[in-house]
Design a binder for this molecule. Structure first.
Ligand code: IPE
Ligand code: IPE
Ligand code: MG
Length: 242
């Protein structure tokens, strides 16, 4: 089917797309706006994509919204991003549920205020029954932290004899990650021209196809998303085989 100018095969859609939404600050700077205004424009780009995805049909979308390293930003920006997270949950959850989108957070609650934590948990509970799509927010997320947290829980379960070390394999290990049950991303998109993962889904991205664009996140349009899917559908994934 033709979607946003690209010929997309609905049978081979990526089941899970991870998106590193980068470039809000540069977008704002280029327009003489505050970084906060850039983040607000970034949210509008996310909303635009979710709306378009009702037609495109990717089941799981993970958005990288705040990394464990982003705490190192100026306090005023961190404060704005935390306030924005609350505002988005309050104002957006009903829209998500009306579209049968389940809200999931992948990340750690460490360092978050108790009211934000409660709001996130509440949003996950309230939308648990939604089955068509998953909106997975990588918030307060770091790939290394996720792996370390898994290792700690594995070590604790081993010490308590709930887990035998020789039964730990890929599948078992993944059960200890933040969002077990969510499939690995087939495709990872990063905007803003940077060619790196910045600690995003390190374990889960082992065989993900990577797609980069110089466009800044607030300028990212569903047609760019469809181009990424089109390119994805023309790649040859071998998974180590011949
Ligand atoms: C991405 O945009 C959003 C977050 C990391 C929260 P940036 O804020 O990193 O924008 P640039 O990279 O400074 O342009
Ligand atoms: C990655 O963007 C994190 C998010 C999009 C939330 P950054 O802007 O934090 O990454 P670096 O610093 O350029 O690697
Ligand atoms: Mg950035």
């Amino acid at each position: 089917m033709r979607l946003y100018g690209h010929e997309i095969d609905p049978k081979t859609l990526p089941g899970h797309v991870g998106i590193i939404m980068d470039g809000n600050g540069r977008w704002a700077k280029a327009k003489g706006l505050s970084r906060s205004a850039g983040h607000e424009a970034g949210f509008r780009a996310l909303d635009r994509l979710l709306n378009a995805n009702k037609e495109i049909g990717v089941k799981v979308l993970t958005f990288y919204a705040f990394s464990t390293e982003n705490w190192k930003r100026p306090a005023i920006e961190v404060k704005f991003l935390m306030a924005m997270a609350k505002k988005v949950i309050v104002e957006y959850l009903d829209t998500l549920m009306a579209n049968d989108i389940r809200f999931v957070m992948t990340g750690t609650f460490e360092g978050l205020s108790s009211d934000l934590r409660d709001m996130i948990q509440g949003a996950m509970e309230r939308s648990r029954h939604c089955k068509s799509y998953i909106l997975n927010m990588a918030f307060n997320y770091g790939g290394r932290k996720e792996i370390i947290d898994a290792v700690r829980r594995i070590a604790a379960d081993s010490a308590e004899k709930k887990l035998k070390p020789d039964t730990i394999d890929d599948k078992k290990f993944a059960e200890y990650l933040y969002s077990p049950g969510i499939p690995d991303p087939d495709l990872i998109i990063r905007t803003s021209g940077e060619l790196r993962l910045s600690n995003f889904l390190l374990w889960e991205s082992a065989y993900s196809e990577l797609w980069f664009t110089k466009k800044l996140w607030p300028d990212f349009h569903p047609k760019d998303f469809c181009k990424a899917i089109f390119d994805f559908q023309h790649r040859k994934r071998r998974f180590g085989k011949v």
